[in-house]
Design a protein around this ligand. Structure first.
Ligand code: SAH
Length: 283
């Protein structure tokens, strides 16, 4: 197996295939073998798992996944990586490599078709320009038992934030609605080529079989959350009033009080059960 994390090997591949890193495709490739090793180890991926990887790049995580998972489906947008990946991961017969846009993929169909009989998991060093849409898509697809991703540290902290903390956001609520996120470890800029400006971190999101609260109407729940976070410095009452213009402030105050939320509260202090109670009362 070619050590694609070895800077000398990487430089060789760059020269042999005339490959240039694309900033617009979010290409920062791993140059330290311990990173993919630790990602796969700490996410607990074994032969019973079928892994979907997004953005293999030169294939360091792909190699590690192929060594440990039952099967790997890797989705890569950049077709100029085809000959490189042929050389770096072509030897694995449990790999199904597809050149396609992960944002446009039908993930439940892919999992059904390509990973039958295996526990589906997603694992990726995500291209940072599409972190939230990709992670949202992976979670909303409801077809993975766990999603382990490397993201910017700042995003990792937002995903794992507690209600009331400055990092708590609508994205925190979305991630915690579908999964129980856990911060695994940091990865400094020196572990990549080219080096990004910021520190990265790996997060493992174990998906929940049931939402963490009783929610009568999922769409209304997310509409309530979006409204609450739409204007950060306004009270929850003003945010709800802007998000639900058909309801008067008096009505909204009464609804909030009926579920024990003070009219002066701010949206970012509500945890998921509180948002659930509020959205159920708004029906
Ligand atoms: N996993 C590799 C590369 C990470 S860089 C490593 O850790 O070294 C991110 C990768 O995602 C790049 O290979 C980039 O081409 C790919 N990518 C970017 N947008 C994508 C998309 N929409 N769908 C699939 N892959 C994408």
């Amino acid at each position: 197996m070619l050590d694609v994390c070895d800077p000398q090997v990487m430089r060789g591949l760059l020269a042999e295939f005339g490959f240039h890193f694309s900033k617009s495709k979010g290409q920062n490739f791993l140059t330290r073998r311990w990173v993919p090793e630790r990602i796969v180890r700490e996410s607990g991926i074994d032969r019973s798992c079928g892994a979907v990887e997004i953005g293999p790049g030169f294939g360091p995580l792909t190699q590690e996944l192929c060594l440990h998972a039952g099967k790997v489906v890797a989705l890569e947008l950049d077709t100029t990586l085809r000959p490189v990946l042929e050389k770096t991961v072509g030897e694995f017969d449990n790999l199904d490599l597809r050149f396609t846009d992960a944002l446009k993929a039908d993930l439940p169909a892919l999992v059904n078709e390509a990973l039958p009989g295996l526990t589906p998991v997603a694992c990726a060093n995500l291209p940072y320009y599409i972190t939230s849409p990709v992670l949202t898509k992976l979670l909303e697809s409801r077809c993975f038992a766990a999603v382990t991703v490397m993201v910017q540290k700042e995003v990792a902290l937002r995903i794992c934030a507690k209600a009331g903390s400055p990092d708590y956001s609508a994205f925190t609520v979305l991630c915690n609605y579908y999964a129980a996120p856990k911060l695994l470890f940091d990865v400094p800029p020196s572990c990549f080529m080219p080096q990004p400006k910021v520190t990265s971190a790996v997060v493992c999101l174990k998906t929940r079989p049931q939402p963490p609260a009783d929610i009568a109407d999922e769409a209304l729940f997310f509409r309530t959350v979006r409204a609450a976070f739409a204007m950060r410095r306004k009270t929850l009452l003003n945010c709800l009033s802007a998000g639900f213009p058909q309801k008067s402030k008096a009505e909204l105050t009464e609804i909030m009080q009926s579920v024990g939320i003070a009219p002066t509260a701010r949206g970012e202090t509500l945890d998921i059960p509180a948002f659930a109670a509020l959205s159920n009362a708004l029906r």
